[in-house]
Ligand binder design. Structure first.
Ligand code: GAL
Length: 682
């Protein structure tokens, strides 16, 4: 569903706008400056409940009518928030038990935001009434482009341990298991005398004396994601009933561990994201790229919206480093390169008060003389020049598997061979290696149809369902290449061990069996020698190795020091028309690069080695847009296989282009099937 209002395809530019924090006489200046900066859409009323409904059932919408009219008179559309992200004090004081409770049994006090229990029936009822009133009142406004439900679900409160949540958890478990015996089987309650005879005996996993039941913890993670989704769906249903033609979103937070965004994205019309890469982190652009690839993948490659980013520094890290000149532009266009159809910020005008007083804004306290304003203003013009990119799509023939169930299983369980084996660092490591090689990837769920990919990479499949393993086997037999990372195939969806040796249902496909996990102490490492493609190349394994018995696979690399010296570290098995690789170690960067050079050379596809220049292509119906982003601090010269026109400057480009440090080019070329067709000289 396209954004309504101003339906001309374009990239949106704007940010969160909080006019309620300012006297009405300032609004005119806001809108005039927005026009100057090329703003096309703003997010309004995110935290306005106490003004929208100052007393129970007394709705006060006049101020927002005037805001929307003023914006629309300047051609600016609204991403209109339902206002439910922060309940007003009258509601909380009347129903103190609607506040969220921590795992230690503490009710959280009013005075910040998101102060509600996701399961609270009272809260839900008041949400329904406010959203219904909002939809009925504003649904026909010509400037309404998008409904913005609540805000960043789970940011502060993703789980609640209160008595109401407990009741809902029991209901959720009953739906899942039917009978208490089913729950006892799934939770393995014969361990440590945990058998239940009645649903009423079950509690949410509050703080316990020792390690909790792993399946209880996993189910609580699943339940908590579903519970917030139920709350979102309550609002979505009201909105789509009353305004069926207005698309609905809620802003995600990149690769957020608490909510199963695969599940969530199915219920949205458009995916939207808030991105806060840290300028102090030299790898921030890699993490950002990963988040953007996920956002694009959540709805099958559909363009998504970047709804929030900081114009410069945030205010919630220990040290909040600003974005140096040029970084705002580079990082904004990086999101567009990876499929965003908007560049938006938190927030329009820096506030005079409140917890975000010193967070950067498009219009800082200093006003239009400030550097940030100058950069924002220039960027608005450039985003306008990229309108034709809107709607075009990034294509990838490599995907990385991501399954929240697996993430939760690996991270929730306390008693593991090594506390260093966590899901996120593993995926970061695999993604970084692919990013260094310039490979554009999608994310995919292991249960989805993978047949359009040539290469599927699973950084980790600690939890794997038999049917997903069967799907991966079919994918390989049909000609695909699969790479499976360490500590995989250990448990099923109930967190019960796959018997017969790891990696369980992937054992035959991979042609190996893991005899024992062999984690390394902190600081220790083991040498790994690659010999299939590059005899004698040495890398290192750190944190994790495994004792592998090779059943039917070739050995690509071996451990050459430590207890496992001489044993296989990486294997490859030709199966059907494809290949299945197993990587038993956490490798250093060199090892990861070596691995993927081997994997890609086996696939006979060239890889662009572009350490600082990111190249991503978006394909439209008549043209293709090559984004080149120089994340380095030196100029880079890029050779092009095809001529084109650079859209930001309007210049024709023949066979090469020079990018300044932090420079960006967006080159329109005629549609070229396949690859990016670039190489770099630096
Ligand atoms: C986001 C949130 C915004 C604002 C911003 C500050 O998480 O949605 O309302 O607080 O962070 O960086």
């Amino acid at each position: 569903m396209a954004l309504t209002s101003g339906t001309r395809a374009r990239l949106h530019f704007g940010g969160d706008y909080n006019p309620e924090q300012w006297p009405e006489r300032a609004w005119g200046e806001d809108v005039a400056l927005m026009r100057d900066a090329g703003v096309t859409m703003v997010t309004v009323s995110v935290f306005s409940w106490s003004l929208l409904e100052p007393e129970p059932s007394r709705f006060n919408f006049g101020w927002l009518d005037r805001v929307l009219d003023l914006l629309w008179s300047a051609g600016i559309t609204a991403d209109l928030a339902t206002g439910t992200a922060s309940p007003p004090v009258w509601l909380v004081r009347a129903h103190p038990k609607m506040r969220p409770m921590t795992a230690d049994g503490v009710w959280l006090e009013f005075g910040s935001r998101q102060g509600y229990c996701p399961s609270s029936p009272v809260f839900r009822e008041h949400v329904r009434r406010l959203v219904t009133a909002m939809a009925e009142h504003f649904g026909e406004h010509p400037g309404l482009a998008l409904w913005h439900v609540s805000n960043e679900y789970g940011d502060h409160v993703s789980r609640c341990w209160c008595p109401v949540s407990t009741t809902h958890f029991r209901r959720w478990l009953r739906d899942r298991y039917g009978a208490i015996e089913g729950l006892n089987d799934a939770w393995g309650t014969m361990h440590w005398s945990q058998a239940y005879s009645d649903w009423s005996q079950i509690e949410v996993p509050r703080r316990q004396p020792g390690p909790g039941n792993p399946t209880q913890l996993l189910d609580f993670a699943r339940f908590s994601s579903d519970e917030l989704l139920e709350l979102f769906n309550l609002e979505r249903r009201v909105l789509t009933d009353i305004c069926p033609s207005v698309p609905v979103t809620t802003n995600f937070m990149g690769m957020f561990g608490e909510l199963d965004y695969w599940h969530w994205a199915r219920h949205e019309d458009v995916v939207s994201d808030d991105a806060y890469p840290d300028p102090a982190d030299p790898k921030a652009h890699v993490t950002a790229a990963m988040n953007y690839d996920l956002m694009r993948s959540l709805r099958g490659g559909q363009p998504w919206l970047l709804l929030e980013q900081a114009p410069s520094a945030v205010n919630w890290r220990a040290v909040n480093v600003p974005k140096p000149p040029g970084l705002l532009r580079l990082w904004s266009l990086q999101a567009v390169a990876r499929g965003a159809d908007s560049v938006m910020f938190f927030q329009w005008r820096a506030p005079r008060y409140g917890a975000e007083l010193l967070h950067s804004a498009m219009l800082p306290h200093r006003g239009t003389a400030s550097r940030i304003w100058q950069e924002v203003n220039a960027l608005g013009g450039e985003v306008g020049r990229l309108s034709e990119v809107a709607g075009s799509r990034v294509r990838a023939d490599v995907c990385v598997l991501l399954d929240w169930d697996n993430w939760w299983a690996l991270d929730a369980v306390e008693s593991m061979p090594s506390a260093r084996m966590r899901w996120r660092p593993l995926v970061d490591q695999f993604y970084s290696a692919l990013h260094r090689l310039g490979v554009t990837i999608d994310f995919a769920h292991p249960a989805q149809d993978l047949s359009r990919y040539r290469l599927v990479i699973a950084p980790n499949l600690y939890l794997i369902r038999n049917e997903d393993a069967a799907q991966l086997t079919t994918f390989v037999l049909a000609g695909g290449t699969l790479v499976v990372g360490p500590f995989s195939g250990v448990v099923d969806e109930n967190h019960h061990a796959h018997l017969g040796g790891y990696p369980g249902p992937l054992r035959d496909l991979l042609g190996i069996v893991v005899d024992e996990f062999w984690p390394l102490p902190d600081g220790a490492s083991t040498r790994v020698e690659f010999h299939a493609f590059d005899a004698g190349h040495l890398s290192r394994a750190c944190a994790w190795t495994e004792w592998l018995d090779v059943l039917d696979a070739s050995v690509v690399a071996r451990y050459t020091s430590g207890s496992l010296a001489g044993r296989a570290a990486i294997t490859r098995r030709a199966a059907g028309r494809g290949n299945a690789w197993y990587v038993s170690a956490v490798l250093d960067d060199d090892g990861m690069d070596r691995l993927f050079v081997d994997v890609f050379s086996e696939l006979r596809c060239l890889v662009n080695e572009m350490p600082t220049v990111e190249a991503v292509r978006r394909d439209g119906p008549v043209a293709s847009y090559l984004f080149l982003l120089n994340h380095g601090d030196r100029p880079a010269k890029i050779r092009l296989a095809h001529p084109g026109t650079e859209l930001l400057t309007g210049s024709p480009i023949a066979d090469s282009i020079e990018l300044a440090a932090l420079g960006v080019a967006v080159i329109r070329q005629s549609n070229i099937p396949g690859r990016t067709g670039v190489g770099t000289q630096q």
